[in-house]
Design a protein around this ligand. Structure first.
Ligand code: NAD
Ligand code: UD1
Length: 338
């Protein structure tokens, strides 16, 4: 199938393009490079032997999107494009709404014009808000997002739900990612955040290679197994394969489906740090600090539905995630900007 991959130059999009190519699909990337590097195209080519077609523009640019759809004739869309920094979204909520919700509206409009019926959307576990229980089920209510970034995901989910109601011939898959980490096993692709990382794994890898002095563990008094926060970390390649499985499962008149993509297992911050140090035989300096505002104690997925309906489940372990993340960071200490 020919797949329009918005945000395909980013962390999850690039890994998904590799898996799409490996399974015989043709990804075409649209990305404005606001949070990615053109070098990604060369890396995809090194891994797969194929350099995907790339359009550099903002998905909100309707004229360019229209021209792209007119010439490419897509079978499906995977919509990764979006801004994702929680802290920045608190400072610039309008930017986040304009970019994330705005690009989704433009995309839906152009898809309708060109009769492209299939879309997979990158949603997030953040839509559940503060969990009332774990594991989280797809049928759990969408909560009150704790930040504007999360609110954009809720708004886009609602937009797509309304679309599904209004046009029953649309096939829409909302994939709610838990905590994607790790990197491609080749060490050629991985996570490359701008500036100081907000997320745990890139902070650990950058500390391990000496780019950061020490990790601060946010809180040691949570009601969890060792007092530190518990999350459902999922290898980015497993996540990419989840998209391939969703594409395969889409049938005509599927309507709207929602799946959690996680491993179903909770890992604490301390467990992740000690596993990383052990499997990579490297020291990770850390200290304990106060809790981070907005963090929940524990968050992990019920993953039975994706297994049952998509035939997909995560294969990689926490050890694999730690090894692959470190391999990538060691080979690319400054990310793609070498
Ligand atoms: P990323 O920032 O690495 O990739 C997003 C890509 O979208 C970037 O290449 C960026 O340049 C591009 N982009 C952003 N706005 C655009 C626009 N208006 N037009 C064109 N391109 C645009 O992020 P990622 O980690 O790969 O995340 C991909 C998607 O998954 C995002 O929607 C994100 O919110 C969602 N998600 C990510 C995580 C995570 O932990 N990484 C968790 C849950 C959901
Ligand atoms: C964060 C976002 C969430 C987003 C997800 C994926 C917040 C509040 N939530 O989730 O909306 O969907 O990323 O992008 O930002 N930690 C440390 N030290 C650090 C960094 C993190 O101890 O330097 C801890 C956190 O307190 C948490 C765990 O590590 O317990 C994971 O944090 P992180 O990687 O930021 O992911 P989430 O907070 O789960």
């Amino acid at each position: 199938m020919k797949i329009c991959v918005t945000g395909g130059m980013g962390y999850i999009g690039s890994h998904t393009c590799v898996e799409l190519i490996k399974t015989g699909h043709t990804p075409v990337i649209i990305d404005n490079l606001v949070n990615s590097n053109k070098e990604v195209l060369n890396r995809i080519q090194k891994i797969t032997g194929v350099k995907p077609a790339f359009y550099e523009f903002d998905v909100r640019d309707e004229a360019k999107l229209d021209a792209c759809f007119a010439s490419e004739k897509f079978d499906a869309v995977i919509h990764f494009a979006g801004l994702k920094a929680v802290g920045e979204s608190v400072e610039k909520p309008k930017l986040y709404f304009d970019n994330n919700v705005g690009s989704s509206k433009t995309l839906i409009k152009v898809m309708k014009k060109y009769q492209v019926k299939n879309i997979i959307f990158s949603s997030s576990a953040t839509v559940y808000g503060t969990p009332k229980h774990v594991p989280l089920l797809e049928t759990d209510p969408i909560g009150q997002a704790t930040n504007p970034y999360g609110q954009t995901k809720i708004e886009i989910e609602k937009l797509l739900m309304a679309e599904a109601k209004q046009d029953p011939s649309m096939n829409i898959v909302l994939l709610r990612y838990f905590n994607p980490v790790g990197a491609h096993q080749s060490g050629l692709m991985g996570e490359d955040p701008w500036g100081t990382p907000n997320n745990l794994m890139p902070y650990i890898t950058q500390t391990a290679v000496g780019r950061r002095k020490e990790l601060t563990i946010f809180g040691k008094d949570y009601p969890t197994k060792d007092g530190t926060g518990v999350r459902d970390y999922i290898h980015v390649v497993d996540l990419a394969l989840g998209h391939v499985a969703a594409l395969k499962a889409i049938k005509e008149k599927w309507g709207l489906k929602i799946y959690n993509l996680g491993t179903g297992k909770g890992t604490s911050v301390l467990e992740l740090v000690t596993t990383f140090a052990r499997v990579n035989n490297v020291k990770v300096n850390y200290q304990f600090g106060p809790r981070r505002a907005g963090d929940v104690a524990e968050n992990y997925a019920d993953v039975k539905l994706a297994k049952k309906e998509l035939g997909w489940s995560a294969l990689y372990t926490i050890e694999d995630m730690c090894k692959d993340a470190y391999h990538w960071q060691k080979l690319n200490p400054n990310g793609y900007a070498q």
